[in-house]
Ligand binder design. Structure first.
Ligand SMILES: [Fe+2]
Ligand SMILES: [Fe+2]
Length: 712
């Protein structure tokens, strides 16, 4: 049946929009992808979907990870010169590759180049290199600390990525205090947007060792697993129920250096020069403490660093900080934390004079409330004597330079201005710590983010050190000397939406059996992260539909396979939803597929029932399906004992469908969120049900927009 002749033809406006998107893909991708550098002319070269990044380094080895657009084996050629000369295979036919190159010399630069078959995936460019960890305790080195970077705000992460590339000396590696994604961690494609897109040029030659934040941790209320990020991760294997349902993309994407047995996600540690780094998965109360005890006592260790996502002492700058927190071991020199999206440096504390730093580098509006009760006109930065020495709400990164018994730490605004600093000198057996004096911080108004009204007045409007020249320019009129990165910063980083990173389209065969169909759906959902969030609005549908038609065609031939996949309870929910969405696509021109959607609208599985109803209501304007969904939700919400899968009185959290319904689906479906409530708070599910019941006779489906509007 012709697609065009069908009454269910998708709106022209969407088709035009999709065409525009494809044009955008072509134009953007030519800059974003490394072009296949064919040794011989090839008709369809393999391409990189994710550029190489360095993981799991030691003094004698280095790991390289990358992703390509088709299941193919790859290899890495490497060597001391750009002539390369040695090769290591990643022989398995797959898209995501990781190789560990071993038997290397410490503190040595190696060049590398990746290929698949005869196609070079990376150019012969000196920026593709890695340095093994330094083992000589006299070797000076530096590292960068990032945290909470997963906020896609062009105003801060991209300039930070540019700054990172310009730092001098070039950092030897990067640690990250978690929330690499500030989204839902349901799919690795989030990391393509939030880390690999923006920091691509640095990650190809600078090892990256992140810990897992709460947003990097998949949650699952329906099955009674911890709805919140555990405060510490007990040693042992990941809960297999989580990995089976959701894949836990964080630990598939990142291969941090681990001391523990395989399959254990945290803690981990690594050595660099005269320093030991220990990373906890949670709050620093868990196994990281005993690991630190062991590793910090090793011979030749002068500096001891500890990092994790949850609060340390610097969090005590703000209510909600962990007042009872103690450093994991008294010997710690610096601890780094994330989560609050503020910058905070503690006063030295404890017997070893440790310093704790909060690193929330996106500096977005998240975390403003923490400041509210401690900021006053007399104490504009909410400092607490003896506990915190500096607090600020700005995009930032920290660069730490270690040289023997001296350490200097600089905290930068994205434009390269140093807004805070710390020097620790351990020479002569004594520890001397000097932080930037509280009246010396430049506090550049242009970089302050998410301030409360009082903070805005005190930090920006009444800032005596800066005079606004308009158009975002400021002139410094303060007395203190400014320290600034002494080199120009090239501005070129930008966000690449992961939907532009499409899987391979050429050489494609329609899946012929259940196994192939399951694999195709898994790949489709790997990229299509939004469906993992149960969103079925028109923005989602456009590229999903395009991809499904490519994989399965438009006819009914794949319908039995897709139905089997939806019914397969052993599959991760994400894949079952992907199959259901694919049936939704086929249902545009197939009565059989449409009937299957109706069948799944009555499923006992929350996810399937909810999604089938939303697809019918949203894509096909079946207001009746909406009525069925609402009636069912109302019934479930009144059930005694309550249905643990569905509680209208809870706000929901992260991957939970209730949260997604409130936060995304209903506002998008009715396009009415602001009209109902201007306070900015999200309606509860109960309020949405009441809204629907009151207005259902006035709701009209607008096909061109695939949503409902109120008529008089
Ligand atoms: Fe965060
Ligand atoms: Fe967090």
């Amino acid at each position: 049946m012709s697609h065009e002749n069908d009454q269910l033809v998708r709106p022209r406006i969407l088709a035009g929009w999709t065409t525009g998107l494809l044009l955008l893909i072509v134009s953007v991708s030519s800059q974003w992808w490394a072009t296949g550098y064919s040794q011989e002319e090839q008709t369809s070269p393999i391409r990189l979907l994710r550029h190489p990044y360095l993981q799991k380094g030691t003094g004698h080895s280095m790991g390289i990870a990358w992703m390509i657009d088709d299941d193919q084996p790859c290899s890495v050629e490497y060597g001391l010169t750009r002539e390369l000369g040695q090769v290591v295979q990643s022989g398995k036919s797959q898209r995501m590759h990781f190789v560990e190159i071993t038997g290397l010399e410490p503190d040595t630069r190696y060049y590398y180049r990746i290929r698949s078959g005869k196609t070079w995936l990376t150019p012969s460019d000196e920026s593709y290199h890695f340095n093994t960890h330094a083992t000589d305790v006299r070797r000076p080195f530096s590292f960068v600390v990032l945290g909470d970077s997963g906020q896609p705000e062009p105003g801060d992460q991209c300039p930070l990525a540019d700054l990172l590339r310009s730092l001098h000396p070039k950092p030897d590696f990067i640690i990250h205090t978690g929330d690499v994604s500030q989204r839902w961690a349901l799919d690795e494609a989030e990391y393509d947007l939030l880390a690999f897109g923006v920091y691509r040029d640095t990650l190809r030659n600078t090892p990256f060792y992140p810990t897992q934040g709460n947003h990097d941790w998949v949650t699952d209320w329906e099955h009674g697993l911890d709805p919140l990020y555990p405060r510490y991760i007990a040693p042992g294997r990941l809960d297999s129920r989580l990995t089976e349902r959701f894949d836990m993309p964080f630990w598939r994407v990142f291969q941090s250096p681990r001391d523990n047995a395989d399959e254990t996600v945290a803690p981990f540690s690594f050595r660099y020069g005269n320093a030991m780094f220990v990373c906890e998965g949670g709050a620093g109360r868990g196994a990281g403490r005993s690991l630190a005890e062991k590793r910090f006592a090793e011979a030749g260790v002068t500096w001891r660093f500890f990092y994790s996502h949850y609060f340390g002492l610097a969090g005590n700058a703000v209510p909600g900080g962990d007042l009872g927190w103690k450093p994991p071991l008294p010997q710690c020199d610096l601890t780094f934390r994330g989560h609050i999206h503020v910058y905070s440096r503690s006063a030295p504390y404890g017997p070893h004079q440790s310093v704790d730093l909060l690193v929330g580098c996106s500096g977005s509006s998240i975390g403003s409330s923490y400041f509210e009760s401690v900021v006053t006109p007399q104490n504009p930065h909410g400092l607490r004597p003896g506990i915190t020495e500096w607090n600020e709400k700005c995009p930032h990164l920290i660069h730490v330079l270690v040289d023997g018994e001296k350490l200097s730490l600089k905290s930068y605004y994205p434009d390269g201005l140093v807004f805070d600093s710390l020097v620790i000198d351990k020479s002569g057996g004594k520890k001397k710590i000097v932080g930037m004096a509280s009246d010396s911080h430049p506090v550049h108004p242009a970089w302050q983010r998410g301030l409360t009204p009082l903070m805005r007045r005190l930090w920006v409007d009444e800032n005596p050190r800066w005079k606004s020249l308009g158009s975002g320019l400021w002139e410094y009129t303060g007395q203190e000397p400014l320290e600034r990165l002494g080199r120009p910063i090239a501005r070129r980083s930008r966000y690449i939406e992961p939907r532009l990173v499409v899987p391979r389209r050429r050489n494609h065969k329609t899946p012929a059996n259940l196994q192939e169909a399951g694999k195709a759906i898994a790949q489709l959902m790997d990229i299509h992260y939004r469906l993992g969030r149960h969103e079925w609005d028109r923005a989602t549908q456009g590229f999903f539909e395009d991809r499904v038609r490519h994989v399965f065609g438009a006819g009914e031939a794949s319908l039995p396979l897709l139905v089997q996949l939806v019914d397969d309870e052993s599959l991760p929910v994400k894949q079952r939803l992907g199959a259901l969405g694919s049936i939704g696509v086929l249902a545009r021109s197939s009565r059989g597929a449409r009937q299957q959607l109706v069948k799944f609208s009555d499923s006992s599985d929350f996810n399937l029932r909810f999604s089938a109803c939303i697809i019918r209501a949203c894509w096909f304007g079946e207001s009746q399906a909406l009525g069925e969904l609402i009636a069912w939700m109302k019934r479930e919400s009144g059930r005694k004992p309550p249905n643990p899968q569905f509680r209208v009185d809870t706000p929901g959290h992260y991957g939970n469908p209730i949260f997604v319904l409130r936060r995304f689906t209903f506002p998008a479906l009715f396009s009415l969120d602001r009209k109902i409530d201007d306070s900015g708070k999200m309606l509860t599910i109960g309020e949405w049900i009441a809204f629907y019941e009151k207005n259902k006779h006035r709701l009209r489906y607008v096909p061109g927009e695939q949503r409902y509007k109120l008529v008089q």
